[in-house]
Design a protein around this ligand. Structure first.
Ligand code: ARG
Length: 281
């Protein structure tokens, strides 16, 4: 199946999830992404914004249920998109969700500045990334997983850590780092996104996928019934997702942390988890 078809399928499933009460002022606009150059950055309060009145958000929108492209509307949707809209609304801003970007360019682009204010994209807080950019407080816990085709010969980490086995990952992710470190004998294949990796295992191109557990389990449940996470292949890495902000904009990180803590105490976070995961995580 083509990636777009999968994305559409996934988006459809996500859209079918019962809607919770609409968050105040969560309308977002999608633009061409040709954002204003850094020199026109407007100041709002003590933090800087690429475009005045807007929280400009970039991400890789192929990571359901955190983010996926609704191919019929051309608009990104998911937990992180709702989160971005809710954060913006708490700050009295409108979220401007830019078109999908390659995952491994997100941190460097925020670091460079001028294109987006933040990246919200299921991004794990790591010490290495913290050298380049700032993270907000964590908003969700995550772990890794290994996915194989049901009935495949290699159904364990040990069986995959063998010369000739191909393990697909999304380029630049913590899944890629985990696979490189823990499956040194296998060939780790970096791809553009997890959908492509899952489809590749389905068609026999790769032996396994290593990616975030909430995403692989969602995809298996909704679109990839012939793939499984074998016993022992849920890997407790204890990752946490945070919003990525430039080190040049500490007041923005502070404002986002305030919005996140308000959302935790006023029930917004629980609502979003229930909407996208069917339960409070
Ligand atoms: N949590 C992992 C990481 O930070 C994977 C994130 C992938 N996100 C995405 N939207 N594709 O490396």
């Amino acid at each position: 199946m083509k990636r777009n078809n999968i994305a559409k399928l996934v988006a459809g499933v996500a859209a079918g999830v019962a809607l919770v009460a609409a968050l105040a002022g969560c309308g977002s606009t999608t633009t061409s992404g040709s954002s204003a150059p850094a020199t026109t950055s407007a100041s709002t309060g003590s933090y800087k914004l690429v475009e005045s009145g807007k929280l400009t958000v970039m991400g890789n929108w192929y990571f359901p249920p955190f983010e996926s492209m609704n191919e019929s509307t051309g608009v990104a949707e998911g937990f992180d998109i709702d989160l971005a809209n809710a954060i913006a609304s708490k700050m009295g801003l409108t979220a401007n969700i830019l078109p999908s970007t390659q995952f491994d360019t997100l941190v460097p682009t925020i670091k460079q500045g001028g294109k987006a204010d933040v990246s919200i994209s299921g991004i794990t807080i790591t010490d290495e990334r913290k050298k380049e950019i700032d993270f907000s407080d964590p908003y969700l816990d995550s772990n890794q997983s290994i996915v194989v085709k049901s009935g495949a010969a290699a159904q364990s980490i040990a069986a995959l850590n063998v010369s000739g086995k191909k393990v697909a990952v999304q380029s630049g992710t913590t899944g890629e780092s985990w696979a490189k470190e823990n499956l040194p004998n296998a060939t780790v294949v970096p791809l553009d996104d997890v959908i492509q990796a899952m489809t590749g295992v389905q068609t026999g191109l790769y032996d396994a996928v290593c990616a975030d557990l909430p995403v692989t389990s969602y995809l298996i449940k909704n679109s990839y019934g012939d793939l499984v996470i074998p016993e022992g292949c849920q890997i407790a890495t204890g990752e946490q997702y945070g919003v990525v902000v430039s080190k040049d904009n500490p007041a923005l990180t502070t404002a986002i942390n305030k919005a996140l803590s308000d959302m935790k105490s006023d029930g917004t976070m629980d609502q979003l988890e229930t909407k996208w995961f069917g339960k409070v995580l």
